[in-house]
Design a protein around this ligand. Sequence first.
Ligand code: GLN
Length: 523
Amino acid sequence: MPKKYIVVTGGVISGIGKGVLAASTGRLLKEAGLDIRSVKMDPYLNVDAGTMNPNQHGEVYVTEDGYEADLDLGHYERFMGINVKKENNITAGQIYSSVIDKERAGKYLGSTVQMVPHVTAEIKSRLTSIQSEILIIEIGGTVGDIEGEIFLEAIRELYLDIGRENFMFIHTTYVPFLRTTNEFKTKPTQQSVQLLRRIGIQPDIIAARSELPIASGQRRKIALFAGVAPEMVVNLPDIKNVYEMPQNLFNMKFHHLIAQRFNIQINDTFEWDVPKSFLPLKIGIVGKYLGTDDAYKSINESIFLSGAEKPEMQDSQEIEELEDDEVEEMLKHYDALIIPGGFGKRGIEGKIKAIKYARENRVPLLGICLGMQLMVVEYARSIGKLTGANSTEFDPNTPYPVIDMMAHQKEILHMGGTMRLGGQETPIFEKTRLSEIYVGKSSVIERHRHRYEVNYEVCRGFLKSPGEDKQALTISSKGDFVEAVEITDHPFFIGIQYHPEYASKVGAPHPLFKALIESARKG
Ligand code: GLN
């Protein structure tokens, strides 16, 4: 059971960086020498984020233990430098389905099963089963949302059970600036604090997000209305990028507010190794989820942490209709290309054209998951002369199913799973580019999320073994599955069946991204 709890709630509007604040607080306290875990509570009814469309909800983040999580868990991992697990994400869907399962199994011994106490008890037991000194709980959504009420109620019960002194509530709000009258408006903050109080929660800290720094008079006003001391109103004006937040909080001595409140000793140190300048490289992501920047979030963050400028999105569907010279025209200003993961047929042929362009023109290319599968399809068609080669995901009747659902996958499906998920061991061959990138490693654990895989029997004719032919597409990992392919004699032409983007941390971006950027830099 955690000894202390920090609960981060949000008010006024969503999307103001509550998750970043929670993750930054975690990093600060970790650096201060405390044992920290975090939990994201998502009030939606999905059991996990696996079924959510990246166009609306952003990427699905995969943990090492194979859980398909909300992308906020990525912030926790990157900021706090830890690997989170399934237990670090609680959704309303998980809670309700477990309560209903228990009811069906007769576990409630004839009681009428109710939101209070049964659903709240389920939430509390999930929280208290996590082992840590301090547990940071981020409650998704905004105070007042109908789905979120039960989570706040559970927290209120929990502090009654184990003592208010073990809890610290940080309420993140937004303070708009009205240009017409040249003033900050604190009313929305006041009202969201009232909503919190109405359900029995008095915040300890108000983290007031704003576009510009808020004058001290307004901060005092917020303090007065929120019932906190003026120093407990912390203003967080907009920053250039989210990675500035932990350093800013450290400079403001935010961790001291927490240490004083809990009466605990902390070290006053902080190391934060994020790039300060960025290589002006043009990196293109050829993808199809263009609805939100968050759809390829971990890839973008991995590039950032490797010290290159933000990649540009290139619509794979748009490339589908183009002739080779038009593809070149569209892609020639990129120093490197990434073909990301994805599901479904839309845009596939565009990605294949981009791969062909990169292979033939020696442009650095990293193919991730679906991206790797399409590298094999492209090679089979162009070099293997297997006309019509495809993945059975897109063409179930292809004469050459170079990517297919293999026996292992069918077994997983039979077991009720749908995908190969989470950390899997990938042995690395000597004499490959991959072995140079993973310096000194003969095997690595990387995270997977896919149903299909390379069908080696069909690829036998053209997929080479390491050292056999540097110019050919080569299998560069061993084991039951083809986990990686590369053309060794190419500036960078590597496809991996796994997702390296989930493994980047502050100060330690995944080596595949560093290597891609290095190749792009060399031009
Ligand atoms: N759709 C492919 C599969 O299921 C690739 C999945 C992915 O890119 N994450 O195997």
